[in-house]
Design a protein around this ligand. Sequence first.
Ligand SMILES: Nc1nc2c(c(=O)[nH]1)N[C@H]1C(S)=C(S)[C@@H](COP(=O)(O)O)O[C@H]1N2
Ligand SMILES: [Mo]
Length: 384
Amino acid sequence: MSFPSRRDLLHAAAVTPLVAGRTRAEAPAARDFQGMIVRQHEPRNLEMPFGSLTEWTVPAERFYVRSHFALPKIDPAGFKLVVEGHVENRLELSLAEVKKLAAVTTPLTLECAGNGRVFLVPAARGLQWAHGGVGNADWTGVPLAALLERAKPRAGAVDVVLAGADKGAIAADPATPGPIHYSRSIPLAKATKPEVLVAWGMNGEPLTPAHGAPLRAVVGGWYGMASVKWLDRIVVTDKPYAGYFQTMDYAYFTRRVGEEPETIPVTTVQPKAAIARPGPNEAVAAGRAYTVTGAAWAGEHPVAKVEVSADGGKTWAAAKLDAAPKPFCWVLWRYEWTAPSAKGPAKLLARCTDAQGNTQPEARDPDRRAYMINHLVPVEVLVK
Ligand SMILES: Nc1nc2c(c(=O)[nH]1)N[C@H]1C(S)=C(S)[C@@H](COP(=O)(O)O)O[C@H]1N2
Ligand SMILES: [Mo]
């Protein structure tokens, strides 16, 4: 599948007839999501069609978008990033001052904690992502550690709260107490790791508004909810933070006290291999060679291997990784399959194992609620 060029998109947007009942000003700009699956119009939530995966680095306009509230309006000239709370030096930095700090550029993969939700049985509430709520990009910014080093957390600092400029009220149960900013904390120990950036660049260009311009956090190895977009406030706390997006949302059950469930925030990305091609219900030629392709990622641990099964999980064969896996990044893989000579339905499974030996579960653990979806999901094809 090929994606239209920027010029095609602009042209398409210009000639797209207006949807009945919408004014020109209200009509969503089609160029913003051409080729993407619209999971929600307002706020705009977009999925990359996973079958289109060909490149290790996903361009910004094809990178999934997950936003809980309307895009905030930010004037870059008046923008300030504040670092405050349990620190010795409160910082208030202009964009130019942030960009003057020693920058790094590094690839990191982001996956939404709800990616794959459409595969849950019974169905779970929330955006119905298939496999495309994930992407890998090159991020440019300053390590959060460098900002914290200047702010000097006081003794007893535990959490680093990342807050965005976007704001809204969530009506669905559990409702928010009126409009709140999107915010999320990470422990100081994670915040000072080199894979945690305050970024202004994506794939060598300035961040786009949908991906958090002018500044966003990118928390390598953790599900996307921690990578706060439109980041304008960093608050160091001396008590664990329990904001909405790590208690009422993006939290799951664990059982540390006997069998009793307690809720804890969603944090690290679990190993997953997803099949890009063939796609669901694709027709494949009987007895012919087919190159099965996909991506695999494993959060804070590198991918060690990817395997494919064409017999419902009885036997597994190693897939070929397209490159040496990089930490915190997905790896693209391929598997040379020969479709069965018997016509009819066939099932393909892929699984990822990380460098620590963790692999994907066969069955879904309901304690994970609507998040961290990495159980084995077959792709069913039709052999013709
Ligand atoms: N300020 C803010 N940051 C946010 C969000 C948000 O709604 N508001 N969504 C989070 C979630 S759930 C994900 S998965 C990632 C998605 O980043 P992307 O839209 O650039 O892919 O942003 C995170 N950061
Ligand atoms: Mo997410």
